[in-house]
Write a protein that binds this ligand. Structure first.
Ligand code: XIL
Length: 327
């Protein structure tokens, strides 16, 4: 069967997120090596994994994940440096257990970013420097995370500056979800514009793209891609998957044929859109490869879901064939 990365060669690179256990299972390993030109470690580069205790870096899992990409001849996306989730509580507290000062926070941030980014500077060519910092319901558009509560918008600037210092060659991304929503897209746009005006080294915008069969429309996605073109940033689709439900409560035990067909049609149209916008998009990464190992089986609730291009047995789904073009 055709390799996804070959099908889109000349358009954009195609990637997948993966978990370390997949490196040890031959079928998973082979599928990842065959279809994807880039890989994103799904969890092991996050702060709780790389620096669980202050100054105690545990990089065995991230080393293994990054080496896996190298062995496959793949580019590696670094995900992620600064986030409100999967970050240990100590980061935000001082020795007395009170809220850390801004100075202490920046000291920890610099040490963390410097250590992790410089270690992988020869391999990781793009970093999600900050993840999910937007909250469009706030007047300044910024999420009231612990980062924000201690340091305000400035923490975002510092993160990019520290990352640039640690690796002048890596492309530095700001990554978020629901970027097709007009208010969210606008808030993100405004932030990137402010950062660029200050000379903060933001190279790219990452659209997570955890979408559903029923929404958003391709038109909404396209509008958002075209919007960011005006900022002259690179764009990556960083975490694509297509959940089958339109709410958080439905449950299905099997994947109905009608939904299979709708999903295949939407995946096809979506990749056609990405191809049409190949001058704006340089990478499309799926958040996993097979329905057996998707984060959507535990988020937002435990239920079956079928959001990816390969099924539980690693066989190509209709969605896969519609993307590559049926033989
Ligand atoms: C998810 C992982 O896939 C899960 O294994 C983990 O339990 C939670 O995080 N947005 C992101 C990713 O930026 O880091 C998340 O990854 C999915 C949502």
């Amino acid at each position: 069967i055709p390799s996804l990365k070959d099908v889109f060669a000349g358009d954009f690179t195609v990637g997948t997120a993966f978990e370390n256990f997949e490196m040890n299972q031959e079928a998973d390993r082979k599928l990842i090596a065959k279809h994807f030109g880039t890989v994103t470690p799904g969890n092991v580069l996050k702060w709780d994994s790389t620096e669980p205790q202050e100054g105690v870096f545990d990089l065995a899992d991230s080393d293994a994940a990054v080496n896996f990409g190298v062995e496959n001849g793949q580019q590696v996306r670094g995900h992620t440096l600064i986030w409100h989730n999967q970050t240990p509580g100590w980061v935000f507290r001082d020795a007395q257990g009170n809220r850390a000062s801004k100075e202490l926070l920046y000291q920890r941030m610099q040490k963390h970013i410097e250590t992790v980014v410089s270690r992988y500077k020869d391999v990781i060519d793009a970093w999600d420097v900050v993840n999910e910092v937007i909250d469009a319901s706030q007047p300044d558009g910024l999420r009231r995370s612990e980062w924000y509560q201690i340091a305000g918008e400035e923490y975002i600037e510092k993160a990019f500056l520290f990352a640039r210092q640690a690796d002048p060659d890596a492309k530095l991304f700001i990554n978020d979800y629901n970027t097709h929503e007009p208010a969210k897209s606008q808030a993100l746009y405004n932030l990137v514009q402010r950062l660029k005006a200050k000379g903060v080294p933001v190279d790219g915008v990452g659209h997570q793209s955890h979408i559903r069969i029923a929404f958003p429309s391709l038109q909404e996605i396209d509008t958002s891609l075209l919007k960011f073109a005006a900022l002259g940033v690179e764009q990556h689709i960083t975490e694509l998957d297509m959940g089958v439900y339109s709410n958080d409560t439905d449950r299905l035990e099997t994947f109905p044929d009608t939904l299979k067909k709708q999903q295949a049609d939407k995946y096809k149209a979506l990749f056609e859109l990405f191809r049409k916008r190949k001058n704006l998009i340089t990478n499309v990464t799926l958040w996993g490869k097979d329905d057996g190992n998707t984060w959507l089986r535990s988020f937002p609730v435990n239920r079956k879901d079928w959001p990816l291009l390969f099924d539980e047995r690693l066989q190509a789904k209709s969605a896969y064939w519609s993307v590559v073009g049926t033989p």
